[in-house]
Design a binder for this molecule. Structure first.
Ligand code: ADP
Ligand code: ZN
Length: 527
């Protein structure tokens, strides 16, 4: 590392050590605030440049910058990259031998480190706390700070212990960083980490070069193939799937159709995962088919598309995953196919999830927001930004609803027909029926199952013959998104909500506005 007189200011470190001309966005303000000893809560989208916000102050302030990160698998790479730049960095986590740990600890105590990366569970060990007491700490950086949010999608119990930092070292500045935080999560981070005095730095979350599109799902693999062929031939991208089996199947399908694709999920050998990740980063035009196990900390600038073939669990997850596209600022696509089955599946996962009722309610709320984004008739970007507490300047003209505004229709009567069918089926206490049966009844189809339960004798039988299957599925999805209908249990049984009554009442029923199902999936070739 450079001698002390050359470490005197942030600008200098930025240029000499990192080789960059200038700070980006809020970086300079943040760096100066932390160098001055202030606490900070930094919200910056993925790829925004969070690392420099603590790396530069760690080099300017006397002592070692201690970085708490859950990304254990990336620590070696991060430390190697810093060492390349001449920054003295080390890490402590469970993947090391005791020998390696001891040598890092000695370097820390001897003042021979600029940055020390720690896995969060290290801080629940007294030995770690005592170690930190014996050295000099320049600052604490808490990376991926949203992991402290108890009902968030990345919750790590070890993060709850991080309030110890403030209690034990009240005068050491702390900087918490995250790419994903709604105003509620932000408040939770501030409370749980005792960052009550911290200045908040909130970046612009808009990614104008990403085009957001959400289409109804029919045959997801084929839809994906046609999307790739028409819009992204030869481009690098990520395809997210919910299950490992679907990851494998989808990757095989793409390969069989002449597209270079690799699978990635937590069930694969560590070496295979590392190899696939390395190939994706290094080679051009590879498609990574993955579960959400893939992506955190991945820095590949030219990912041209992110495709979701299954519904993400939350808007935060969706934003983070789609945010991996277009870090180089060039036009990119966030494309998703979703259908009724996704809603049924996600509800089932929520029902089966561990944790108490409050936890399940939070998961439900996350899903509801995701559904609302899928079914909106307004600008998707505006809705996405609003979710993060940011106001858009108007319709973006770079999302599907802006580019081809969906038509809407008065679906009050259709909703009443559907909800009254659900009411009638609900009277058959022992039998529960999913959307398929409800739609068959509405359309007046005498299927074996309809005849078995004598549903052709219901007064609602055939009252919905004016709409197609696809249109009825659209009605169901949108009623779910508007919380006028809910789904539960293994078979995706449709059930009423409290608000359903407002639609069903005789006098002055609540109006239901629905978006018209697109006839065909529009695909606008990139120019
Ligand atoms: P994040 O952690 O927010 O996802 P990183 O800290 O990994 O983002 O930074 C993303 C990329 O941007 C990295 O390649 C980094 O070197 C680069 N970067 C960050 N700040 C600057 C800057 N001021 N000038 C140029 N490049 C920068
Ligand atoms: Zn828009």
């Amino acid at each position: 590392m450079a001698p002390p007189e050359h470490r005197s200011d942030a600008q200098h470190v930025l240029q000499r050590v990192f080789g960059y001309d200038s700070f980006r966005g809020h970086q300079q303000e943040i760096v100066e605030h932390v160098i001055g000893g202030g606490d900070a809560l930094v919200l910056m989208p993925t790829g925004g440049g969070k690392s420099l916000c603590y790396q530069v102050p760690a080099l300017v302030r006397p002592g070692v910058g201690v970085v708490v990160s859950p990304l254990i698998a990336l620590m070696q790479d991060q430390v190697d990259a810093l060492n390349e730049l001449g920054v003295r960095a080390g890490f402590l986590n469970s993947t090391q031998s005791s020998e390696q740990r001891r040598s890092t600890e000695q370097a820390f105590l001897a003042g021979e480190l600029d940055l020390l990366y720690l896995a969060p569970e290290r801080l629940s060990l007294d030995s770690t706390l005592e170690l930190l007491d014996r050295g000099e700490v320049a600052l604490f950086a808490i990376d991926e700070a949203h992991c402290v949010a108890q009902w968030g999608h990345d919750f790590r119990p070890d993060y709850l212990n991080l309030s110890v930092l403030h209690q034990r070292w009240p005068s050491v500045p702390r900087i918490a960083l995250t790419a994903t935080a709604t105003p509620a999560t932000r408040r939770e981070i501030a409370t749980r980490l005792e960052l009550t005095e911290a200045r908040h730095f909130v970046s612009d979350f808009d990614r104008p070069n990403i085009q957001y599109r959400i289409v109804p799902k029919s045959d997801p693999r084929k839809q994906l193939l046609s999307f790739l062929r028409t819009e992204h031939p030869g481009d690098a991208g990520i395809v997210y799937r919910l299950s490992r089996a679907e990851v494998e199947r989808t990757a095989e399908f793409l390969v069989a159709n002449g597209i270079e694709a690799l699978p990635y999920h937590a069930g694969l050998d560590k070496e295979v995962r590392a190899r696939h990740q390395a190939r994706f980063l290094r080679e051009d035009g590879l498609v990574m088919v993955a579960t959400i196990a893939f992506g955190m900390g991945i820095d590949k600038p030219d990912v041209r598309f992110v495709a979701h073939l299954d519904l993400p669990k939350s808007v935060e997850g969706y934003y983070q995953e789609t945010g991996r596209a277009g870090r180089d600022g060039l036009p990119s696509t966030a494309w998703m196919a979703y259908g009724l089955q996704d809603v049924v599946q996600q509800r089932k996962l929520i029902d089966l999830s561990e944790g108490d009722e409050a936890h399940r309610r939070t998961l439900s709320r996350h899903l509801d927001s995701m559904l609302a984004l899928c079914e909106t008739v307004e600008c998707r970007r505006a809705q996405l930004l609003a979710y993060f507490g940011q106001e858009a300047s108007g319709p973006c003209q770079n999302c599907d609803t802006c580019l081809s505004p969906p038509e809407s229709w008065d679906g009050t009567i259709a909703a009443q027909k559907l909800l009254s069918t659900v009411v009638r089926l609900d009277r058959e206490r022992n039998q529960r029926f999913g959307a398929g049966q409800v739609i068959d009844i509405l359309r007046g189809k005498r299927t074996p199952k309809v005849e078995q339960f004598r549903h052709d004798s219901l007064s609602v039988f055939g009252v919905g013959a004016d709409l197609s299957d696809a249109e009825w599925r659209g009605v169901v999805r949108q009623l779910l998104a508007q919380r006028l209908l809910s789904v539960e249990g293994d078979y995706g049984t449709l059930v009423l909500t409290e608000a359903s009554a407002e639609v069903l009442r005789r006098e002055n029923p609540r109006q239901v506005l629905l978006r018209t199902e697109p006839k065909r999936v529009a695909s606008t070739p990139r120019t």
